[in-house]
Design a protein around this ligand. Sequence first.
Ligand code: G6P
Length: 622
Amino acid sequence: MCGIVGYVGARHATPILLDGLARLEYRGYDSAGIAVITSTGELQIAKAQGRLQSLRTLVATAEPVGVVGIGHTRWATHGRPNDVNAHPHGDCADRITVAHNGIIENYASLRDELMAKGHTFRSQTDTETLAHLIEEELGDSDDLNLAVRNTLKRVTGSYAIAVVSRAHPGRVIGARKDSPLIVGLGVDENFLASDIPAILKHTREIVQLDDGDIADLTATTVTISDLDGHPRQPPTLHVDWNIEAAERGGYPHFFAKEIAEQPDAAHRALLGRIITREPAPTLALDALDALVASGRLDAVRRITFLGCGTSIHAAMIARYAIERWARLPVDVAIASEYRYADPVVGPDTLCIAISQSGETADILAATRLAREANAPIIAVTNTVGSAITRLADGVLYQQAGPEISVAATKSFIATVMTLYLLGAWLGRRAQTLSEPEEQAILHALLDIPEQMRRTLATFETREGQQTLASVTGRLKDCASCLYIGRGVGYPLALEGALKLKELSYVHAEGFAAGEMKHGPIALLDTATPLVAIATEGKTYEKVVSNIQEARARDAFIVALATEGDDAIRQHADAVIAVPRAPEFFAPLLTVIPLQLLAYQVALARGCNVDQPRNLAKSVTVE
Ligand code: G6P
């Protein structure tokens, strides 16, 4: 996830671009850069590693002066976060520059082809391929728009791009597929941006580009077409948000925004990893292939997950699938315990260190311990270049985009998705998964973003909102609330309870449903609601029995069940329905109402949703 901004008009572009990038820094802040076409027709590029302030400092001494330009703030995916990999990226002669948000999945083959034709690459990014491809497509022609369209027809993956060219000094071209991009309409000036806050200071008239759109901007015109050049005229929207609301995408809290972003995060988690080509999708995990090539996995006989908080719950969910698919024993270790234990670990233990921030002190310490024992280590993190990546032999990025709310949402689902990819990869390698089984997993993963959208839509309907509101009413004043589940529903119960306690300060605990009668059932009474994960699966009947046992103790029962399960209604006081999904994949949908419930209870209790008391996003101290 990165931020893009573009300007063409009569004003000095640099401050407009820098200001726009400041509003997009939430999308990434590994590096930032701008490219401005000067009045003498030069293309001046300034870029710097680190937060936008580094670029501001650089620009303060040698400010590019011109009225056309593009800017970018980066959340690294391909290539380390450094000056060279910072955007915008130029072609061989820096005639054309491109800022890009997304992942070009076929960049490696395109790059080889372009290098064979004599193009010289300077960065490790997928984006630079676009600049050289536009150069190649442009050849001696003057038709920049056609060259960009032809380029985009050749790439697979996701993109929002902004392009400027020295030979076309009064224009900025933008295009999008699976990454956001809007056009801002001004008076004798026009704008491009990844998100509304970047340009809200200058205009409130916005055009949302659709996938496959290309927008050609001059100071006085905006022409939009599809990639075949057929004109399109999307509507102009008037935005009346203030800046603060716009940064949250119009949502009252980042937590709500990030819940809504989960389908996109799930989609991004698969980008570049499941290649959707005919006749069947294939798995591509380069980081793991490199580990195999290095021999680091040769001795592996077991897996240990290391994590804290929500990351540990994601690991507990994935454990079931990985054991089934790869037939390897999997342990899940709480990092703060592991670091002071005397764990049995060595080259036969693949340690998978999971951390959204990549900076959690306990995880770093636990990982160091495993590393000292010569265990191969894979980091699963959302933060490129974070400390955990430097301890690992290989890295799988969650690709969820920046998560601002302290309570994790989209990083949870991106972690589970990433670990499922890893599980399928291990199963294929161990030949414990048949080809059709692997295909079923890949298809189930590919279906998740759309099913998440459907799940979210359910809670926007009147009925969905009423159900949430009535359950919120029961939970908001209770002294304690229990969550139960079995199989993958058990760690999901832990995550649901964690969300409720972190956000609303209502005491909540998750239990394996079968353990209820060994203690927790003693807690139940009319004042203690029970939230049961009762979606379809191997243990569905067992969970229903546990619900009945709780109901016999007068507990208020909330069942999260599969759409169409009417039978559950006779056992529960409230039923929250989620779309049907294969058992291992259901938690990726069921977690959504659990998050929404915690959110509603927190709102009803007047809590600080994005920054709950006593908590921090990244726990860098022990
Ligand atoms: C903190 C956050 C949690 C997070 C945990 C682990 O407690 O508040 O949301 O799950 O740290 O963070 P990590 O960045 O290592 O995944």
